[in-house]
Design a protein around this ligand. Structure first.
Ligand code: HEM
Length: 474
């Protein structure tokens, strides 16, 4: 491509982007108009309700990307963490800039992390520092990439397969499949068992990790009920993990799991493996793992259930054992409703983002910056026709697990487990929503999927879907 051809293409591209912004404005106005009629008192609540939906957020971000790509407000939209105002960053390149500049835009979670551990910070709450690097490195010695294929994936495959085989045509996906499978995998892999005598139940593990995750990352309004629930859950989880460590020391086993390895590294006198450090790191990892893996799988399935073509492709890929194709479809579905719509940071000092562009904005010290990964994944300046479901997009187009220094510690686990949770369900037949409310995603008043009932209709193999699909596995 020459300079001249690029120059000629530029206005066409910008006209398309402007057109997308106008279409999003129309979509947003339509959504808001539906919330407008009715009693005046409840109107604000209804309008905010629209903006809490993914469709509402996508339309709002679409408008912002074109007309106010980096919106800086004096108003504090977040009560949970100290700040002086709010900025909303919507373009892919600027979202990546905020998350890459970890020395200027700091993680804010320390205060609440310390409430969870009753003392120390956890590495997601730390700035880049010797303590951050030591903790991450310590945990990478104990939780290894190769565990995904050796331990985690086989555990998930077997458990999910057994549940679907016994499902008799109907399944409440979060309650009966994704939450139990993830909780049991976490208990097995980390070496922190549940369900036995004197141990918490699997449901306890799910409830504790969910409310602690909610408190740390989602409770931006500082809800006292969430605070109370998380404080109680944290105390119970700390006692349980202390007991797990003490039991394992008293009765060492041959089982290869994260706790065994941590204790081995403790015996070898490696820095960062005293009992308290092990417990605090385990609590942080377990909170990060349980509600998120289930939520990602259910939200991806929810998107697929509305798209017959991609759903049929996903079923065909699952049946053909074509794992990489299945994963690509599942993650493309998740792009339309990712686990988190934005990642937030606080500006350390007055600074500027998108320097040297028309979008450049000064961000005052103390501003809480909402860097929207959802918006970035619909930015037409980065993605080809973002509204189109296209499972052949380059992996770099996605920001599903964060970006920069704090990119998800469990990203290799996510890449394998999220599609694996759905694979037996998709391979067994074509799932469709159960009739009525049962077939709609229900969060039971929490941020996490609690119910979504699907029916399995018998497999009708369409040769067209299998053509050209090479199995990943022999
Ligand atoms: C689909 C499931 C998951 C999603 C969507 C997810 C999402 C994320 C995101 C967006 C971040 C970045 C947060 C930020 O920058 O503020 C993150 C970080 C992190 N996640 Fe995950 N996560 C998932 C699963 C897991 C699992 C399975 C684990 C544990 C094994 C885990 C442990 C962590 C930790 C420890 C960090 C902090 C990393 C650091 O500070 O260097 N996550 N995750």
């Amino acid at each position: 491509m020459t300079f001249l051809s690029n120059l000629l293409r530029l206005p066409v591209r910008w006209l398309a982007i402007l057109g997308g912004g106008i279409a999003d404005l129309v979509a947003l106005l339509k959504l808001l108009a539906r919330a407008f009629p009715g009693d005046k008192a409840g109107r604000q609540q209804r309008l905010l309700g629209v903006l809490a939906t993914t469709a509402g957020q996508r339309a709002l971000f679409g408008v912002l990307r074109v007309f106010w790509a980096n919106l800086v407000l004096r108003r504090k939209l977040v009560a949970a963490y100290d700040n002086t105002g709010t900025a909303i960053v919507t373009r892919d390149v600027d979202v990546r800039e905020v998350l890459a500049r970890d020395a200027d835009f700091l993680v804010v979670y320390e205060l609440r992390m310390r409430r969870i551990t009753a003392g120390e910070n956890f590495f997601l709450g730390m700035q880049d520092s010797p303590a951050y690097q030591r903790n991450v490195s310590a945990m990478r010695l104990a939780a290894r990439w190769e565990d995904v294929s050796a331990i985690i994936r086989p555990t998930v495959d077997e458990h999910a397969g057994t549940i679907v085989a016994g499902a008799e045509g109907k399944l409440d996906v979060p309650a009966q499949l994704t939450l139990p499978v993830v909780a049991d995998m976490v208990a097995r892999y980390f070496g922190t068992p549940v369900g036995g005598d004197g141990q918490p139940s699997r449901d306890d593990l799910i409830a504790w990790t969910s409310v602690m995750f909610w408190y740390l990352f989602i409770d931006l309004g500082a809800d006292p009920d969430v605070d109370r629930g998380a404080t109680e859950a944290a105390a119970a989880a700390r006692d349980w993990l202390d007991q797990c460590i003490a039991d394992r020391k008293a009765n060492p086993t041959e089982t290869d799991d994260v706790l065994s390895r941590c204790l081995g590294l403790q015996r070898a006198d490696i820095l960062g493996f005293d009992d308290l450090a092990i417990r605090n790191n385990l609590i942080g990892l377990i909170i990060g793992a349980v509600p998120t893996l289930s939520r990602a799988a259910v939200q991806a399935l929810d998107q697929l259930l509305d798209r017959p073509g991609p759903l049929a492709d996903a079923c065909a890929a699952a049946r053909a054992d074509h794992d990489s194709k299945l994963a690509a479809i599942v993650f493309e579905a998740l792009r339309f409703n990712p686990v988190n719509p934005f990642i937030y940071r606080r500006a350390l000092a007055d600074t500027t983002i998108a320097q040297g562009t028309l979008r450049a904005r000064r961000i005052p010290k103390g501003t809480l910056v909402l860097a929207s990964n959802l918006s970035a994944m619909f930015d037409p300046a980065r993605l080809d026709v973002p509204e189109r479901f296209d499972s052949t997009r380059p992996p770099d187009d996605y920001i599903l697990w964060g970006y920069g220094l704090h990119t998800c510690f469990g990203r290799h686990i996510n890449s394998a487990v999220v599609p694996a949770l759905l694979k037996p369900l998709l391979a067994a037949g074509t799932p469709r929503r159960a009739a009525g409310d049962a077939g709609k995603l229900d969060t039971a008043g929490t941020p996490f999927p609690a119910h979504l009932v699907v029916e399995l209709i018998p497999v009708r193999v369409d040769p067209g879907h299998r053509a050209g699909m090479a199995a990943d596995k022999p």
